[in-house]
Structure formats: structure tokens, C-alpha cells
Design a protein around this ligand. Structure first.
Ligand code: ATP
Ligand code: MG
Length: 617
């Protein structure tokens, strides 16, 4: 299955400010329904909350005056009376009291029920989004060009997946923002309704409270970026140390490695403490400011009293409650801001993962490749991994169908690089590699790799059973049977080794095959390549030297692998070269000789010298 990631029309470069959040909401596949439901439920929560609070004033007034008939004058109630046919003046006060208490209770209850349901819905969406986002990150990594992957640490992906989990908290923040925003609007409307002059006071004081924490939010954002940077560093270091654990042990480097880890761990601790200190400053800061606001408010009430307007005690009481209740809502708003500020680092990091720049993705062609008909041609091929450091220079040769072509040359001469280009791990320049006369770039990478089996120089095995490691290469729709698997084990000269294992082909081989010897690993990777019955076999012989018995077994396995196939073999052994139909000699990225073994020996050139030294690198 080829992996297609939605990268087009998703160019995130320059995605800043509000657009950045919008971009992420789209990437997390948040449905428009989600927004609608969140808005409606937030409106309901704020509305029910306002209703239960707002009715406190008439309740208090009624209790003080021992009369609830004034309810009939409240806005909207006359209309309600007309519709229902009930006249409040005729209803006994105790029923009105009970009715009022009932409405307050029911609206408080409904507020919390709606709130809970909307939270559950939000959590479902958030976890769904985390799922999409992590898939997105992983798929991106799978499509990155090898040139890019060579540059970065594989530990990054773990941090990026953790970041994806964090970024979805954007949805929590959005929900809180909606509820806090609507609640403030409702509270404010009640204030205006009760006493507009005091509401005016709120207009001035409350935003001042809200903006007083701007500097703190800025600092939180900055620390969040530092936090994500050290998290990436930690991922990279842990990966590096654990993947090289043998060398760490062999050179007694446990102590310095641990020190290195502890340093980063310490950085993380420092940043976390510093961030938490800032986050925890928000609440006390706001509480003090709110207290100041309340004192101001009481003074304002006193002023209105003194200047003559005899107000309703119940209204002032309600007002006080509202101002007091505004404080946590404002704190909530600021917390949303700080939460979002904390997501800044992870979001910027994921934007980097999403963008195309420098990712060196090898583009796939449209043409299906179904096998070679005549030959593979390399035509004046030049290639460099890093600028100004050419590795392959003007190489041309052909690889005929059904024959074995050996490539030999000193170490670092660019042999593996040639294979990397044929395998399309790196992008080759146009018009340099042809399959049956057609540029390799026109073929779909998936179909091309389906026809080729690669046994690479560094054997890559997975922490699984022998059988599953060999089955790894076979296609899901062509699951080979047990017999076929056993015959491949036989061809790869693994049958005797497997027979000695108590669990046979079901033996677990450990991380990267640590429980196997070098020669066994090589043969397992040959078996894996053989099982696919590929059209083209590419073998990059491992350079590790083996004892003569194992060497012979590996050699036989190689012979089985290339038999009757178009094969390209990077040869390090005399016995391999002997079997080749054609030998290409590479030195410092240039082809210096080409021909059959006997021709090359006769010519007495570079190959002849290797031959004499029996050294092919
Ligand atoms: N991923 C990479 N990034 C940068 N340079 C690279 C990369 N891979 C290889 N090189 C460089 O390219 C040159 C050719 O490397 P290559 O692996 O093709 O050599 P080789 O002929 O296969 O050697 P050997 O016989 O030791 O396997 C080397 O100088 C190497 O340092
Ligand atoms: Mg090599």
C-alpha cells in the first residue's frame, strides 16, 4: 500500500496567528458539527447559569418583602401569563416562592448536565483528533526522503508523537473559551438589566483585569518553546544511547552517558518548574486584582447610595455575586490563553513536520513497473548527498536482463550509493537511470520496489520470530505457505541452523536480530529477499568477515539468490565475482573498468590488482 499524505494545499509555511489554530483544527479533522454542538451547549450552559443566578435577586426581594406579586412586572412574565393563562397576582406567595426555587434548581441542574455531556463529546473528539494527528505524523515520517531522515535523529518521532497528543488540548481550550465567553456575555447582560451604571463600571474594570496578565502569558509561551526543544533533545539522546548500547558497554561509557542524560533531564526539570511557577502565579494574581475590583465596586455602590438613589438591596447583592463570579471566569479565560500559549512549542514543531521544505521526498511516477524486459541503463549519473561533495561522477553502464552484474571498488567509492539510487531511496537527476529505455522516475516507486529484492550491506532485522522476519518481504495478498517458507530457509542455507533450535522458525531473534550471529543474519536477510521471488535481485554483500564454513554457506545462499535473475551484486568476495557475467569497477565515484572477469584480468588494470590481493571491498 502506498502512503498518501494530504500535503498539497496544506502548505503551512507562514501559518501564523489565528490561522495556525485554524490549520490545526483542519488537520485534526474536527467536524463542523463539533463546533456547532460546542457553541449551542456553551450557550445553554451560560444561559442556565445566568438564569439560576439572575433569579436570586427576585427570590431575595420576595423573601425580604414577603410578597412575590412583583414577579408579574419582570420583563417577559406578562407575556408568559398571557400565553399560559395564569395570573401571578392570584397565585399564593408560597407557591411562587417554591416555583422560583424550583426554576433555580432545575436550571442549575440542567447547566451541569449539559456541561457534562458537552465535555464527554469533547473528550471523544479530542481523542479522535489525537488519533488522526499521530497517524499524520507517523505517515509523514514514512514518506520523508532518506536524505532528510539521514539528517535528523530518529528519536524525534517519539517526541513528535507526544507533541501530537498535547496539541489536541487545543480542543479543551476552545470549549473552555466558548463557555467562558458566553458566560461573561450573560453575566454582563444581567448587570445591564439590573443597573446599567454599575455595568459601565464592570466594562472598565473587568477587561483591565483580563489584560493585566499579558506579560505573563508571553513568558509562558516562550518557556513552552524551550520545553519542546529539550523534549526533542531527550528523545534524540535516549534513542542514540540505547541504539549504541554495545559500544557504550564496550567502552565503559555508562557513566558519561548517564551524565549526559541527567543534564537534559535536569534542563527539563528546570523548565517545568519555571513554567509551573508562572502558571500558578495566574490565580493568586487574579484573586488580588478581583478583590481590588470588588472593593472599588462596593465604593461605587456606596457612592450611589450617598448621592441619593435608594437602590434595591437584592439587586446590589446580585451584582456583588456577579462580579465575584466573573473572577473565576476571567481566570478561566486567562488559563485558556496560557494553555494555548503552552501549545505553541509543540504546534510549531508539528508545523515543521507538516511542511514540505527540505524533506527531500522522492516523487513517484505513474507508470507501473512489471519487470525488466531488456536491460537497466545508468547514463552519465552524477550524485551528491551534500553540496559540493560529489559521490558518483559521470557513471555509465548497463545491466542486462537475466545476468549477474558485479560492482567492485574500494570502500567509500560509491557502490552502495548506486544501489540507493536504483532503489529510489534518494532522488536521482532526470535522464540518468533507465529501465528498458524509460526513465526510472516515470515508474511508480511502489511497483518498482515490488519487483526488486534488496539484501543490504547492513542487515536490518526486526524483534520478531525468524519466520516473521523472512515473511516480512512477502506481500499480504500472497502469503506463502509453510512449505514455501521452509524451502526458502533451505535455499538460504538456514535449514540446518533452524533444525537445531528448539523452537525452529518460531524462535524470537531479539532487537535487530541480536540473538543471531553475523553469518546467520546475512542468510536470514537473503531468505527474506528470496521469498518474494523478485524480478531483480540486488545484493550488497556485507563486509564482515566470516569463518570459512559460514562463508561457504553465505556464498551458496547468494548463488541461490541470483540464479536465473537480473542481479546486481556489490561484491566483496572472490567467489562472488567469479560467478558474475559482468564486472563494473568503481573508484572515487567513477567507473574505471568494465567487462568479464577474463577480460579484466587480461587488461591488468585496477581490477587485476584487486584480484591479486583478493580484495574487492
Ligand atoms: N547518507 C549519506 N550522507 C552523506 N554522505 C554519505 C551518505 N552515505 C554515504 N555517504 C558518503 O558517500 C560516499 C560513498 O559511500 P558508499 O556507501 O556509496 O560507499 P561504498 O562504495 O558502498 O563503500 P563500502 O564498500 O565501504 O560499503 C562515502 O564517502 C560516504 O561518506
Ligand atoms: Mg557500501
Amino acid at each position: 500500500m502506498s502512503i498518501r499524505v494530504r500535503t498539497k494545499n496544506q502548505e503551512p509555511r507562514g501559518v501564523r496567528g489565528v490561522r495556525k489554530y485554524w490549520y490545526f483544527l483542519k488537520m485534526m479533522q474536527v467536524s463542523p458539527w463539533y463546533f456547532l454542538i460546542q457553541i449551542v451547549s456553551s450557550l445553554c450552559v451560560a444561559g442556565f447559569d445566568g438564569l439560576s443566578l439572575g433569579l436570586l435577586a427576585p427570590l431575595l426581594k420576595g423573601i425580604i418583602e414577603k410578597d412575590f406579586s412583583f414577579l408579574g412586572n419582570i420583563t417577559g412574565v406578562p407575556w408568559l401569563m398571557r400565553v399560559t393563562g395564569i395570573h401571578i397576582q392570584d397565585v399564593p406567595s408560597r407557591f411562587l416562592f417554591l416555583g422560583l426555587v424550583g426554576v433555580i434548581f432545575v436550571s442549575a441542574l440542567l447547566k451541569n448536565v449539559v456541561f457534562y455531556l458537552s465535555q464527554v463529546y469533547m473528550v471523544k473528539q479530542r481523542e479522535g483528533s489525537a488519533f488522526y494527528l499521530k497517524n499524520f505524523v507517523f505517515q509523514r515520517y514514512l514518506t520523508f526522503g532518506k536524505l532528510y531522515l539521514d539528517k535528523i535523529s530518529q528519536g524525534y518521532i517519539q517526541s513528535d508523537l507526544l507533541f501530537a497528543d498535547r496539541v489536541v488540548r487545543l480542543l479543551d481550550a476552545l470549549g473552555k473559551l466558548l463557555i467562558a465567553g458566553f458566560t461573561l456575555v450573560v453575566y454582563f447582560s444581567i448587570m445591564v438589566f439590573v443597573e446599567w451604571r454599575l455595568a459601565l463600571f464592570a466594562v472598565v474594570v473587568l477587561p483591565a483585569l483580563h489584560f493585566s496578565l499579558r506579560w505573563l502569558i508571553k513568558k509562558i509561551r516562550r518557556t513552552a518553546q524551550l520545553q519542546s526543544r529539550v523534549a526533542l533533545k531527550m528523545g534524540r539522546q535516549v534513542f542514540d544511547i540505547l541504539s549504541g548500547i554495545t559500544v557504550v558497554h564496550a567502552y565503559n561509557k555508562e557513566e558519561p552517558m548517564f551524565r549526559r542524560f541527567r543534564q537534559i533531564n535536569d534542563d527539563i526539570k528546570r523548565h517545568n518548574i519555571s513554567q509551573d511557577k508562572k502558571l500558578r502565579m495566574i490565580q493568586p494574581f487574579q484573586e488580588v486584582l478581583t478583590m481590588i475590583a470588588i472593593l472599588f465596586f462596593v465604593s461605587a455602590v456606596a457612592f450611589i447610595f450617598v448621592t441619593g438613589r435608594a437602590g434595591q438591596v437584592s439587586e446590589y447583592f446580585l451584582f456583588l455575586i456577579l462580579v465575584r463570579r466573573c473572577a473565576p471566569v476571567l481566570i478561566q479565560l486567562n488559563r485558556v490563553k496560557s494553555d494555548v500559549a503552552q501549545l505553541d512549542g509543540p504546534m510549531n514543531r508539528l508545523l515543521k513536520v507538516a511542511e514540505e521544505k527540505d524533506k527531500h521526498v522522492v516523487s513517484s511516477g505513474e507508470e507501473e513497473f512489471s519487470g525488466i524486459n531488456s536491460h537497466i541503463e545508468i547514463r552519465n549519473l552524477n550524485f551528491q548527498y551534500r553540496q559540493h561533495l560529489p559521490v558518483v561522477r559521470g557513471v555509465s553502464f548497463t545491466i542486462p536482463k537475466g545476468q549477474m552484474t558485479a560492482i567492485v571498488g574500494p570502500t567509500g567509492s560509491g557502490k552502495t550509493t548506486l544501489i540507493n539510487l536504483i532503489m529510489r531511496f534518494y532522488e536521482c537527476p532526470p535522464g540518468t537511470i533507465f529501465l528498458d529505455g524509460k526513465d526510472i522516475r516515470e515508474y511508480s516507486i511502489e511497483s518498482l520496489r515490488r519487483s526488486i529484492s534488496l539484501v543490504s550491506q547492513e542487515v536490518t532485522l526486526f524483534n520478531d520470530t525468524l519466520k516473521n522476519n523472512v515473511l516480512f518481504g512477502s506481500r499480504r495478498d500472497q502469503r506463502p505457505g509453510n512449505e514455501e517458507v521452509l524451502s526458502v530457509f533451505k535455499k538460504a542455507r538456514l535449514d540446518e541452523f533452524v533444525a537445531k533450535l528448539p523452537q525452529g522458525i518460531h524462535t524470537e531473534i531479539g532487537d535487530r536480530g541480536v540473538r543471531l550471529s553475523g553469518g546467520e543474519k546475512q542468510r536470514v536477510s537473503i531468505a527474506r529477499a528470496l521469498l518474494r521471488q523478485p524480478d531483480i535481485m540486488i545484493l550488497d554483500e556485507a563486509t564482515s568477515s566470516l569463518d570459512t564454513t559460514t562463508e561457504r554457506l553465505v556464498q551458496e545462499a547468494i548463488e541461490e539468490a541470483v540464479k536465473g535473475r537480473t542481479a546486481i551484486v556489490i561484491a566483496h568476495r572472490l567467489s562472488t565475482v567469479k560467478n558474475a557475467d559482468k564486472i563494473v569497477v568503481i573508484e572515487e565515484g567513477r567507473k574505471i573498468e568494465e567487462g568479464h572477469l577474463s577480460e579484466l584480468i587480461e587488461r591488468r588494470g585496477a581490477f587485476y590488482h584487486y584480484w591479486q590481493a583478493q580484495r574487492f571491498e
